[in-house]
Design a protein around this ligand. Structure first.
Ligand SMILES: *[C@@H]1O[C@H](CO)[C@@H](O)[C@H](O)[C@H]1NC(C)=O
Length: 173
């Protein structure tokens, strides 16, 4: 009796849980589709997107890709703010805010092209590396605090651009 009722509850809870297990399994496969196509560190990619609820809860590759682009834009947005302050502290960094704003613009274009023209979406994501190259050149060998801040944000931005490139390839770009 005890054995059969625990069997019964086992089956019921499995039936209740199953849709969620399946959902998270497919969200993982959408993330895999993006990360396997990302040019950078694939483990970083999977870890970052799994920890980002809009990507982890995606119900299609397209949704996961849009979430990935949004993550890149959101990081560029915060970085642009900080870069504005850094430029005032060290005038050699002038142009770094514009570089982050450029990334936001490119990722916005990429998002809007994603369904109609994934190849152009891919191009728009790739162009963001030109913006991070500008940032690397502005920092150069400077070691002051403002430059170090821009450098750290640029390293992370490059990694997130890798993810957005993977996202556009996963959609067909
Ligand atoms: C950055 O994000 C804030 C808050 O969402 C928004 O008001 C602002 O327009 C964004 N900046 C850019 C350049 O997109």
């Amino acid at each position: 009796m005890i054995a059969s009722s625990s069997f019964f509850f086992g089956v019921v809870s499995l039936a209740v849980l199953l849709p969620f297990l399946l959902l998270s399994a497919s969200a993982t496969s959408y993330i895999d589709a993006i990360c396997s196509n990302s040019p950078g560190d694939k483990a970083f990619c999977a870890k970052t997107l799994s920890a980002y609820p809009p990507a982890a809860s995606a119900t299609s590759t397209l949704q996961a890709a849009v979430a990935t682009l949004r993550l890149g834009m959101s990081y560029a947005n915060k970085s642009a703010d900080i870069a504005g302050t850094a430029e005032k502290e060290n005038p050699k960094l002038k142009g770094s805010q514009d570089a982050f704003l450029g990334i936001i613009g490119n990722l916005k274009s990429s998002t809007s092209e994603l369904t109609e023209d994934p190849q152009t979406a891919n191009y728009d994501a790739m162009v963001c590396y030109d913006n991070t190259k500008i940032l690397e050149d502005l920092v150069g060998k400077n070691k002051d605090k403002a430059s170090t801040t821009i450098f750290t944000m640029t390293v992370m931005m490059n990694k997130l651009i890798d993810l957005t490139v993977g996202a556009t390839i996963a959609i067909g770009g």
